[in-house]
Design a protein. Sequence first.
Length: 279
Amino acid sequence: MQYTFFDKFKNFSIQHRKVVVLFFCACILGVLGYVFNIGYANRSKEDFPEIQKLMAVYRKKDKDIYNNLEIIEKKEIAKGIDVSSWQGEINFAKVKQSGIDFIIIRCGFRLQQSGKITEDKRFKYNISEANKYGIPVGVYFYSAAINKKEALEEASFVLNLIKDYEVVYPVIYDFEMFGVDRAKGISDEVINNNAKTFLSYVEEHGYRGMLYTNLKDVNNHWDINKFRDYKIWFAQYFDQATYDGEYDIWQYANNGRIDGIKGNVDLNESYVTYKKIGD
C-alpha cells in the first residue's frame, strides 16, 4: 500500500501527540506575541495612564507660562532666515539693516545617541539680540523623540526657554530622522502622534504651532491631514517648490549670504506675517 503525505503525517501525529500539540501551541503563541508586539509598539502612548499623569504634572509645572502678546497675522510675503549655533556670533544690527523681516532661531535639540535634551549654545544671545533690534522671532526645536512622553518633555523644555522673550512667529517642531538612530523601528504613526503632542502643548500656552518638513518626508512619512490645524514650514532648495500641498513658510536655500553673518545661512519666504500690535 502506498501512503500519501497526509497518511504519514496522521500516523506521526497519533504516535507523537504531545510533540505535535506542543509545536502548534508554540506557533500560536508566536503569532500572538508578534501581533501583540506590533500593536504595543504602535499604540498611542496617551492611552496609558502614566502618560496622562505626566501630562498633568507638566501642566501644573508650566501653568504660569503663557504667550500674552497680541499678534496680528496677515497674508503677506516676508523674507527671513533661520539660524543656530552653526552661524556663530551674529551681528544683529547688520542683519536688521539688511532688510530681513523675520528670523527663526533654534532653541535646542535632542541628541540622537544619548537622547539628552540640549539647549542651543547661542540661543539666548540670538533671541535677546533679535528682540533688542525688533526683528520678529520664531523658534524651532530639533526633535529626536520616540514617544509622546519625550515629545511632551521637549515641548515643556521649549516653553521654559522662551517664556521670557518675545516670540511672535510660530514655535516649530523639526523631526527628520525617520527610521534611523533612536527612531529605528519607530513607526511613522508614532512620530506623527509625537509631533501633534508637542504642537498641541505649545498652543495650549498661547504660541502658534508649526511643523517643519521637506519633500521626501511630507510625501513618505507625515500624515499631513493630521496637521491641518497647524502651520507648515516646507524645505526644498530649488528655484520653485514642486510640492502641491499647502505650506506657510518655504525654506528655499541653505547657501544664503546676509550682512552680519559669517558664512552661509538658510533663506526663507513666509506667506504669512506675524507682528506684535504696536510694532
